[in-house]
Ligand binder design. Structure first.
Ligand code: PLP
Length: 447
């Protein structure tokens, strides 16, 4: 007899909860080890393997609101929220209903649908720079399409990107840069020929680079969310806009994180800068796979079938993902963002207090509804070189202590902390208790 059965936990073929004998239930490590025999490293996105923090990952059976539950039934107060994609909290009833309704109408057709029309309209209405929106399946697709589009529109090859910004697994943007001034990028991973990044320049974040008329586009995270959370310095985004205009380059905002997280208008509304092209992902899919590129009609209509810049996708504009995204955007009103900002500040305060009381040196920078962690004293980082001074060993100890106490942070020192609508006051009170224990535990483990 088993006390708890869940088909998601059970690895027996054909298991159904009512019939389950419990024989197929496995621990986190058993499932992860078995996954490693089928999936390289046991994961479908590298960070999930815990290489940066050590140990072996929890394997998720299900999630609800602010919590995820692993296959052993252990509950974690989740501050990953699918890296921000699940802003409403897990298994939100509005998303579940939208997904079920859409699934019953068929999952993909290879033809236009009203749902994709509505999501594109919903984005355009909220983000004025996006007069036209093309939907795809991931943020990675969005950034690679945006780069192709910018090159096609301008007839130029060079792209400028910023050290410490992340734009997904897009070859031309997986570059490593040096310190200091803008340099030609080097491949940021094996498998990328020098030639693939020979047209990618890389510059330090928060310094407006001097551009020239060979540059097609500058792509930037308007609030950096992948080197911890780093705010744009005053004048940085406006300076980029002006410098792009001076040389006729396009300005691409990668709002895959910030879009519909900082507010209905994203970072471009918050900082009042109009980019030429915007990339979206994460929130706009309500937790389902999605990406989008938006811009003026003139720029966007350079995409095929109207223009000469190719784009396609078998599952692009998927009816289930667009239904989930629409359901999310419908609920994300200005009031909700005000509330989310207040909660983000509260969560940051709770984390700060617990760490200070335990004697951990860590800061939790907040930009609107985004929060980072920086294990260091003094000024907050403004670029990647500074962000890298975070104490990764202390982060790993805090991360592991969090897990032990039932808090899930993203397993990397440079990831954001994601607060969502599931984190209400009661949950934040609970977080305060858990994080006090976690901070004490982390300090003890550091010796
Ligand atoms: C997550 C992310 C991406 C990539 O999106 P995927 O959906 O994972 O491909 C691109 N840019 C930024 C800023 C991101 O945070």
């Amino acid at each position: 007899m088993i006390a708890y059965c869940d088909a998601e936990r059970c690895v027996e073929a054909g298991c159904r909860p009512t019939l389950c004998t419990g024989a197929g239930l496995r621990s986190n490590t058993e499932i992860f080890d078995r996954s490693c025999q089928a999936i390289p490293g046991g994961v479908n996105s590298s960070i999930r393997a815990f290489k940066a923090v050590g140990g072996s990952p929890y394997v998720v059976a299900r999630a609800a609101g602010p919590y995820v539950f692993d296959v052993e039934g252990k509950r974690y107060l989740d501050l990953v929220q699918s890296y921000g994609a699940v802003i409403l909290g897990h298994a939100h009833p509005a998303i579940t209903a939208a997904v079920s309704a859409a699934a019953a109408d068929g999952t993909s057709f290879g033809a236009p649908t009203p749902r994709e029309m509505k999501l594109a309209e919903a984005i355009s209405e909220r983000v004025p720079s996006c007069e036209r929106v093309r939907l795809m399946n991931s943020g990675t697709e969005a950034t690679s399409t945006a780069i192709r589009l910018a090159r096609g529109v301008t007839g130029r090859d060079l792209i400028m990107t910023f050290n410490g910004n992340f734009h997904g697994a897009t070859d031309a943007l997986l570059v490593a840069g040096g310190s200091g001034v803008a340099t030609l990028g080097l491949p940021g991973t094996a498998g990328i020929p020098d030639a693939t990044v020979s047209n990618t320049m890389i510059a330090p974040y928060n310094v407006v680079p001097v551009l020239n008329d060979r540059i097609a586009a500058v792509i930037v995270e308007p609030v950096a969310g992948n080197m911890g959370v780093v705010a744009p310095a005053p004048g940085f985004l406006a300076g980029l806009r002006a410098e792009c205009d001076r040389v006729g380059a396009l300005l691409i905002f990668d709002e895959v994180i910030t879009g519909f997280r900082l507010g209905t208008g994203g970072a471009q509304a918050k900082f009042d800068i109009r980019p030429d092209i915007t990339c979206f992902g994460k929130v706009i899919g309500g937790g389902l796979p999605i990406g989008a590129v938006g811009g003026s009609a003139a720029v966007m209509e350079e995409l095929t079938p109207l223009g000469k810049v190719f784009q396609s996708g078998t599952l692009a504009g998927n009816p289930i993902a667009t239904a989930a995204g629409l359901a999310a955007l419908d609920l994300l009103t200005e009031d909700v963002y005000m509330e989310l900002m207040a909660r983000t500040r509260r969560v940051a305060g709770v984390l700060r207090d617990a760490c200070a009381a335990a004697g951990l040196t860590v800061q939790f920078p907040v930009v609107g509804t985004l929060m980072g962690m920086y294990f260091g004293s003094g000024d907050l980082p403004t670029n990647f070189d500074e962000a890298k001074t975070t104490n990764e060993r202390e982060f790993a100890a805090f991360f592991q202590a969090g897990l032990a106490e039932g808090i899930a942070f993203a397993p990397g020192a440079y990831e954001a902390v994601f607060v969502g609508l599931g984190h209400d006051d009661v949950v934040i009170d609970e977080l305060a208790v858990l994080v006090n224990a976690a901070a004490t535990r982390a300090v003890a483990s550091l010796g």
